[in-house]
Design a protein around this ligand. Structure first.
Ligand SMILES: [Zn+2]
Length: 65
């Protein structure tokens, strides 16, 4: 049987997380969400090598450097 719930690995800790009723999705918890946002703020976040076909937020591909 197929799993009805949508389980996605948490971007922060890689724990399979249900998105159903999850206010912190795609993260497993507020803690991981905060850590990820903190990573963005410190510019230490690395974009996954594999591009995902999700709704783009208007990535600007003309970054210098
Ligand atoms: Zn997590």
């Amino acid at each position: 049987m197929l799993i009805a719930m949508t389980l996605r690995p948490c971007p922060t800790c890689r724990i399979p997380t249900s998105w159903e009723g999850n206010a912190f999705k795609p993260f497993c918890s507020e803690r991981c969400q905060t850590q990820d946002l903190g990573a963005w703020a410190s510019e230490s976040y690395r974009v996954p090598e594999k591009p995902q076909e999700e709704d783009g937020e208007g990535w600007s591909g003309e970054l210098e450097g």
